[in-house]
Design a binder for this molecule. Structure first.
Ligand SMILES: *[C@@H]1O[C@H](CO)[C@@H](O)[C@H](O)[C@H]1NC(C)=O
Ligand SMILES: *[C@@H]1O[C@H](CO)[C@@H](O)[C@H](O)[C@H]1NC(C)=O
Ligand SMILES: *[C@@H]1O[C@H](CO)[C@@H](O)[C@H](O)[C@H]1NC(C)=O
Ligand SMILES: *[C@@H]1O[C@H](CO)[C@@H](O)[C@H](O)[C@H]1NC(C)=O
Length: 478
């Protein structure tokens, strides 16, 4: 082969290589399946060159999700807002969180006018009687709530990725919401929400629906499709007298199903929630609904005070809110269980995580329900047995330490007063009055495994310290 032939061959193969590359790239560009993993380079190439782009600003849509990308729609009523206002103001960030409160009629009264700058701006719902007439809907309230989704969406804020609908008696943990949503592609169709804790509510309404008071989160394309179909859907299902079910039904017709998230809480429970809040699943806390239906969550405070108190802890570390961390004090045979920012328990016996993570049934079901199953989760009964009942402490204060840790303090709620667990060595914890919990001042977003902890307690001291750390690879918490 002459040098001439060789170089001809090389140039032919070069051409073929380039041709192949061009073909490959055009294939990726035009037929690329976004479900198939492709390199960052190729995918950014596809975004830049795709001729079918429906997203006007590529760099904007690829930046990570932050609080400005969430649009809130809160469904309220003039009458209830007088006392529910404080629930929303506990988490609403004026000029930061975007969205509206939808009221049925204009606000009235000295406590509401002038409108508080710490409240979300309000809008009055569209003309409901007119909409009822147009749709022949059987239930004006249901129609108002469902139509509200469209009314908030049509405000069309720039850069909205997620529409978050909720009720006026819901507490949202907005940073956690952002951290969860940032893990999903807002350009795809998502319907996030939570089930009812009360089994029968899911059975009566639907296991496929998000219970809306606690938060219905729709990605942009889904919110858009739902808003577009709203009137037609309200006509199709004019006979349905439940708002969340109607929303689910309309969304199902678009072809999208619920993805339940474990941090969204409808709180279809009543009474003393402490057992429930002391054993949160390993998932970022996103919302707590139905605050009017349960006792104040801190025994010495009213509802509004309780919520602001809980938000104090959340301001230091939302990611650990209510996350349960368990450790054992071997020489005393004590088990500590901390629900970060809310409560701490001491048991006078070594107990495994699988038992401690079951909520103690301090609460009652949403409706009288003589036989189990009542709840969508395991429970254990309250107990008067000193080997089973915890010493109970509630969150008192939070601060940052000079060593860049967060110190939360929990104080004893009441004397337990049922004697000591003799079976486990007769070590009373009755004299412990305060628990100091040290946790790293670093968010913990991925909760694949719980944190572990060490207990520091001088014999006879009324204070105990709990120091958080990552679990060792071979650590067993039993
Ligand atoms: C796209 O969004 C980015 C980030 O918000 C902004 O800096 C840029 O100017 C936008 N580009 C266009 C063409 O709008
Ligand atoms: C929000 O912004 C408006 C106008 O920019 C300003 O008047 C108001 O004081 C701000 N509110 C708060 C609570 O910062
Ligand atoms: C209902 O709509 C019909 C026509 O669509 C109209 O004639 C009627 O006046 C409306 N009724 C009310 C109460 O608005
Ligand atoms: C348990 O401990 C207490 C206090 O130390 C003591 O008075 C009591 O006799 C002990 N009971 C038993 C059964 O050991």
């Amino acid at each position: 082969m002459s040098t001439c032939d060789k170089s001809k061959l090389i140039s032919i193969s070069k051409t073929m290589l380039i041709l192949g590359l061009v073909l490959y790239l055009s294939f990726i560009i035009f037929f690329g399946d976004s479900n198939c993993p492709s390199s960052e380079l190729l995918s950014s190439f596809r975004f830049k060159w795709t001729p079918f782009s429906s997203q006007p600003n590529v760099s904007q849509s690829k930046s990570s999700t932050n609080i400005n990308h969430l649009l809130f729609g809160l469904l309220g009523s003039q009458k209830a807002w007088h006392h529910r206002k404080s629930y929303i103001e506990s988490w609403w960030r004026p000029n930061v969180t975007k969205g509206y409160l939808l009221l049925d009629v204009p606000p009235q009264g000295d406590d509401l006018i002038p409108w508080s700058l710490n409240s979300p701006p309000y809008k009055i719902s569209d003309d409901v009687p007119k909409l009822v007439n147009e749709t022949k809907h059987v239930d004006a309230t249901v129609l108002r709530l469902v139509h509200g989704i469209m009314e908030v969406f049509r405000e069309g804020h720039e850069g909205v990725r997620w529409l978050v609908m909720g009720d006026d008696d819901s507490i949202f943990f907005v940073d956690n919401m952002v951290d969860i949503l940032a893990q999903y592609d807002h350009m795809k169709y998502y319907y996030f929400g939570g089930h009812s804790e009360f089994i029968l509510s899911n059975y009566w309404f639907s296991f496929n629906q998000a219970f809306g008071g606690a938060g219905i989160i729709l990605s942009y394309p889904l919110a858009k499709a739902l808003a577009r179909d709203m009137m037609s859907c309200l006509k199709r299902y004019a006979y349905l007298n439940a708002a969340d079910r109607t929303t689910m039904t309309c969304i199902a017709d678009i072809g999208v199903n619920l993805s339940p998230l474990q941090g969204i809480h409808q709180i279809d429970l009543r009474g003393d929630l402490s057992g429930f809040l002391s054993s949160h699943p390993k998932s970022l806390l996103m919302s707590l609904h139905h605050f009017d239906m349960v006792d104040p969550i801190f025994p010495s405070m009213d509802r509004a005070q309780s919520i602001f108190h809980l938000q104090n802890a959340a301001q230091y570390d939302q990611s650990r809110m209510l996350q349960q961390t368990i450790c054992h004090h071997r020489s005393k045979s004590w088990t500590f269980s901390v629900s970060w920012g809310y409560s701490a328990h001491i048991y006078e016996k070594i107990m495994p995580r699988s038992w401690i993570q079951r909520p103690i049934e301090t609460f009652k079901p949403w409706q009288k329900s003589p036989n189990p199953p009542r709840y969508m989760f395991d429970v254990r009964s309250t107990s008067g047995d000193p080997c089973e009942a915890p010493h109970v402490f509630f969150f008192k204060s939070v601060e940052r330490t000079p060593r860049n840790e967060i110190l939360t303090t929990y104080t004893r709620a009441w004397p337990r007063g049922i004697g000591t667990c003799l079976y486990a060595g007769n070590h009373s914890a009755e004299y412990v009055s305060e628990i100091h919990v040290y946790s790293p001042a670093i968010k913990r977003i991925q909760i694949d495994r719980c944190e572990c902890c060490d207990i520091v307690h001088k014999d006879g001291s009324n204070k105990a310290e709990v120091k958080y750390r990552e679990c060792k690879e071979d650590e067993i918490i039993a």
